[in-house]
Design a protein around this ligand. Structure first.
Ligand code: ZN
Length: 151
């Protein structure tokens, strides 16, 4: 990745850390999960509301406290999630996890990940990978709860 591109991606993270999407309460949530990253001290609760009678996410919101990377990642996730089915969210979560394990190598799928590709640079810093994954792991736990409910 060129320095200019890396700078741009970093800007996406800074913007999301500042103007946080989905950082609020979500009354009537269908699923809720609290996740903590002891390495950095980040904490987050992710809540999901589904479109009634479907497996499509209406809204994903979160409340938490932590470093810019964890908060920005949650913000990007809240941007991406609405309108996705649980299966589509799982697909994006796997793509995001794969990117975060890539240590900066490889070509992330921008069509699939959208703004979340901004975190590719973070994957070079092993200590910060958990920060970026935190909200996604919490959303994954919500999804597991929801799948269990539907069946
Ligand atoms: Zn962190």
């Amino acid at each position: 990745m060129s320095d200019a591109l890396a700078g741009l991606y970093q800007q996406v993270i800074l913007d999301h850390a500042k103007a946080r999407t989905g950082d609020r309460e979500l009354p009537g949530a269908d699923a809720e999960h609290y996740e903590r990253n002891p390495t950095c001290g980040d904490e987050i609760t992710v809540r999901v509301v589904m479109e009634p009678g479907t497996d499509t996410i209406r809204e994903l919101a979160w409340q938490g406290d932590g470093c810019s990377i964890s908060m920005a990642s949650a913000s990007v996730l809240a941007d991406i999630a609405p309108g996705l089915t649980l299966a589509e969210l799982a697909e994006r979560t796997e793509a995001f996890r794969g990117m975060m394990r890539s240590k900066g190598a490889g070509e992330p799928d921008e069509d699939l990940l959208g703004d979340a590709v901004a975190f590719q640079g973070v994957s070079k810093f092993v200590m910060r990978v958990k920060c970026a994954m935190l909200s996604w792991v919490a959303a994954e736990a919500c999804s597991t709860q929801l799948v269990a409910k539907v069946r």
